[in-house]
Design a protein around this ligand. Structure first.
Ligand SMILES: C[S@@+](CC[C@H](N)C(=O)[O-])C[C@H]1O[C@@H](n2cnc3c(N)ncnc32)[C@H](O)[C@@H]1O
Length: 347
């Protein structure tokens, strides 16, 4: 499998960040299964032409012409086999919407034409990747979540000599800086190691700089205060030329690294995993695979934090967790044995 140079690389963590637990995250490459949904019935000997009535397509594809669906699946297969990025198990409706957007931007009319272009023009593939990776984020996003972290998770973290936290799907890092600030204020930052990963290398580059638009500082200040912050938020950055440069100390204990939840593994133990507003883009099977990965990567009594519209309800790992704060989607692994491995079945 060819991975785009500069876009995807193996994640080897420097020893200084291993925190005694060994190598944390590693790319395994192309392990995810194929597209999980059955192909639409497009006919046997008496082929029925290029479109299938809405009622015949599986629900997420209702109303989508069968030929378009086929072309979309072939495009995703080609991207996976040539570049190693696996979007085959993303939630179909938002996937299609974003691919359509790229189609339009490229001035093309079919997914087959787009397939040809992305295979032969890496710049076009990079543009597609940008479209596929929705980087909307913010500091202390959903402030009450951060308040709940302070009140319900921090007391537990205080009892640990060292703390390992994984931000999976961290986008441009605002969530990670917010966590660093929270830990600093709670006197826990010194003993913490934060692993911040995303499939999007450009977003990670932005995260590494610690530079964010000054225009958002007012919003972040409000979020910070509502999230339980008691200092002056402006203590944490220096304003210069329309940008806010966050203090280097906040990323001293952070490792930003590329990692793809659809194809890569993790073989480390974390005390806390945050994966907020990422699973909503995955279909049921990929969501189940990712939750299995998190279940296997958490220490006993480790904490899992999901986004507002995500939950463990009706998933295969549900029994392994208890709710710490159901509204804020904060869960803790129980001491119960892990469920047997299986594919699919997550919700
Ligand atoms: C909406 S952002 C969420 C950022 C942050 N967690 C938050 O809640 O503000 C979703 C992020 O998930 C990342 N993402 C999507 N699919 C991924 C995958 N398969 N592996 C890793 N990251 C992925 C995207 O690149 C994007 O940066």
């Amino acid at each position: 499998m060819i991975r785009m140079s500069g876009i995807y690389e193996r994640v080897d963590l420097p020893a200084s960040l291993e925190g005694g637990g060994g190598l944390a995250l590693a790319a395994s490459g192309g392990e995810a299964g194929g597209g999980s949904e059955p192909a639409p019935e497009v006919g046997g000997p008496g082929r029925r032409g290029s479109t299938v009535a809405a009622a015949e397509a599986p629900a997420p594809f209702a109303g989508v012409p069968a030929l378009e669906r086929l072309e979309m699946e072939l495009l995703l297969e080609a991207i996976f086999r040539h570049y190693g990025y696996d979007f085959r198990q993303y939630a179909p409706s938002s996937l299609r919407r974003r691919l359509k957007k790229r189609l339009e931007a490229e001035g093309l009319s079919t997914f087959s034409a787009l397939q040809d272009r992305v295979l032969h023009e890496p710049a076009s593939m990079e543009a597609l990747l940008r479209d596929m990776s929705v980087n909307v984020t913010g500091m202390f996003r959903d402030p009450t979540f951060f308040r709940a972290l302070r009140e319900k998770v921090v007391p537990m973290l205080r009892t640990y000599p060292s703390i390992r936290i994984w931000h999976a799907g961290c986008a441009s890092g605002e969530e990670v800086y917010a966590m660093a600030i929270l830990l600093e204020e709670e006197g826990l930052y010194e003993r913490a190691r934060l692993y911040a990963t995303d499939m999007n290398s450009e977003a990670l580059e932005r995260a590494r700089t610690g530079i964010f638009p000054i225009a958002r500082m007012r919003e972040y200040t409000t979020n910070y205060q509502q999230g339980g912050g008691t200092r002056s938020f402006s203590e944490y950055y220096t304003a210069s030329y329309g940008a806010a440069l966050f203090h280097a100390r906040l990323r001293e204990n952070v490792l930003f690294a590329q990692h793809n939840l659809a194809t890569d593994t993790s073989f480390s133990e974390f005390n806390v995993i945050l994966c907020r507003n990422v699973l909503i883009y995955f279909d049921k099977d990929l969501k189940a695979r990712t939750l299995r990965l998190f279940g296997d990567s958490l220490s006993s009594l480790g904490v899992l934090c999901l986004g507002r519209r995500e939950s463990l309800r009706f998933t295969t790992v549900e029994q392994e967790f208890e709710e710490i704060d159901p509204k804020e989607r904060i869960y803790r692994r129980t001491g119960l044995p892990r469920a047997p491995r299986e594919t699919g079945g997550g919700g």
